[in-house]
Write a protein that binds this ligand. Structure first.
Ligand SMILES: *[C@@H]1O[C@H](CO)[C@@H](O)[C@H](O)[C@H]1NC(C)=O
Ligand SMILES: *[C@@H]1O[C@H](CO)[C@@H](O)[C@H](O)[C@H]1NC(C)=O
Ligand SMILES: *[C@@H]1O[C@H](CO)[C@@H](O)[C@H](O)[C@H]1NC(C)=O
Length: 386
């Protein structure tokens, strides 16, 4: 149980953070909030009471619509193939992996923390705190403008938890949280917007291996903090092969769409360390179910066997400008291809809905390729049901 001091500390940090957000919300009120995303019918008996999402643009579903940042997906053609055919803040033409997984769990699409009213009934089946540009390191992504870092997202979750405790009592709230699934997808911006930019001379001071150790141990500490708030079921996704993203193909002058190996090597190393960290942590924390899903493994399988998956455009983004459409980010509908579904990449950094569907299937049950260790999400939720 948390000591009173810890609770007071958490509450005070939450208050500071939330008042900042109230301000930014008020400031940005003239901006049209994204329409509520309602999921197609979900099954009557969910396999978990809620899905909570923490991360970066790979899973942001609208947080950044409320922030002053260049990292926004609140305009078409973003969302053109989504259920509502409207932009929502998702960095894809359609759904992101957590949309597919919410449906698998029998839950509705998870609302973004800043996009809902704060009523307990809106948050009870899950909240998405993810913010594009966010990293494990507080300042990663700062050159884009505002974002909500990993630590701040967890502070927001403690705020949600307090609401649950006030509303349903401590025992019921604890029970609810410990049965819910937490999905964490973060870390790539610590490369894109920190290490690879050589912020604070980091490049000189740390070898990738040391930087990776630092990231993995910071992530470990944050998972322990969640565990102390009674979180027990966690999915960590690892990093995507960002060295194959159109932006880096353009920036590093790839001749024929070959991936930038030095960038992918860092992601492979991060995934290796994080998988090992997750294995150890699962033993260290009694009752914890933590799985690691290697999206790099799953994505490389898609890139290699793209024809089998129905993709014939593997290195060019659907939306953007310049070689590989990796030079200028996706800003307007005229910059988009007509049919994203045969593309792997939607914009200079993010995959298409079609890729997100495959990755989500792999996380759920390893349908196309095994990605999760020591088990898939479906096995994890079935195990908790027993
Ligand atoms: C990183 O920045 C420092 C100065 O801040 C510079 O001395 C160093 O050469 C840079 N490293 C690379 C690889 O650009
Ligand atoms: C991919 O396939 C579509 C039709 O399925 C075709 O129109 C398009 O030209 C192809 N693109 C490439 C780069 O082969
Ligand atoms: C887009 O491409 C996919 C796969 O090649 C195809 O099944 C679908 O019919 C196409 N959609 C449109 C609107 O052309």
């Amino acid at each position: 149980m948390m000591s009173v001091r810890v609770i007071v500390y958490l509450l005070s940090t939450v208050l500071v953070v939330s008042s900042t957000f109230v301000e930014s919300r008020a400031l940005l009120q003239f901006q049209d909030p994204s329409p509520p995303s309602t999921a197609p019918s979900s099954s009557p008996v969910p396999l978990a009471p809620a899905l909570f999402v923490i991360g970066d643009s790979s899973v942001d579903c609208g947080t950044n619509n409320f922030l002053g940042t260049f990292a926004r997906a609140d305009h078409l053609p973003y969302g053109k193939d989504f259920d509502t055919h409207q932009p929502t803040g998702r960095f894809s033409n359609g759904r992101i992996p957590v949309d597919y997984l919410a449906l698998r769990l029998g839950l509705p699409f998870v609302p973004s923390y800043l996009g809902q009213t704060g009523a307990v009934e809106d948050m009870i089946q899950g909240v998405n705190y993810a913010s594009a540009g966010a990293g494990i390191i507080l300042s990663s992504g700062s050159e884009l403008g505002q974002h909500i870092s990993l630590t701040q997202q967890i502070q927001q979750f403690t705020d949600t938890l307090q609401q649950f405790i006030l509303n349903m009592g401590e025992d019921a709230a604890t029970n609810h949280i410990s049965n819910s699934v937490f999905y964490i997808s973060i870390g790539i911006n610590d490369y894109i917007h920190y290490y690879l930019l050589n912020v604070s001379n980091v490049d000189n001071l740390y070898l990738p291996w040391h930087f990776n150790h630092f990231l993995a141990s910071s992530l470990k500490q944050e998972i322990k903090n969640l565990y102390n708030l009674n979180v027990r079921k966690v999915v960590i996704t690892g990093l995507a092969p960002i060295g194959c993203a159109p932006h880096y193909l353009w920036q590093y002058g790839s001749g024929n769409g070959e991936c930038v190996e030095q960038i992918n090597d860092m992601a492979v190393e991060f995934n290796f360390l994080t998988r090992y960290m997750v294995e150890n942590l699962a033993e260290e924390l009694p009752g914890a179910n933590i799985i690691f899903c290697d999206v790099l493994e799953g994505s490389m399988d898609i890139l290699k066997n793209h024809e089998r998956y129905g993709f014939n455009v593997t290195s060019d983004a659907c939306c953007g400008l310049g070689k590989y459409k990796g030079w200028i980010m996706c800003l307007s509908p005229e910059m988009a291809c007509s049919n994203a579904s045969n593309h792997i990449w939607w914009d200079q950094f993010h995959p298409t809905d079609a890729v997100n569907a495959i990755l989500a299937d792999n996380i759920w049950n390893g349908r196309h390729t095994k990605m999760c260790y020591p088990m898939n999400l479906e096995d994890m939720v079935n195990r908790m049901a027993r």
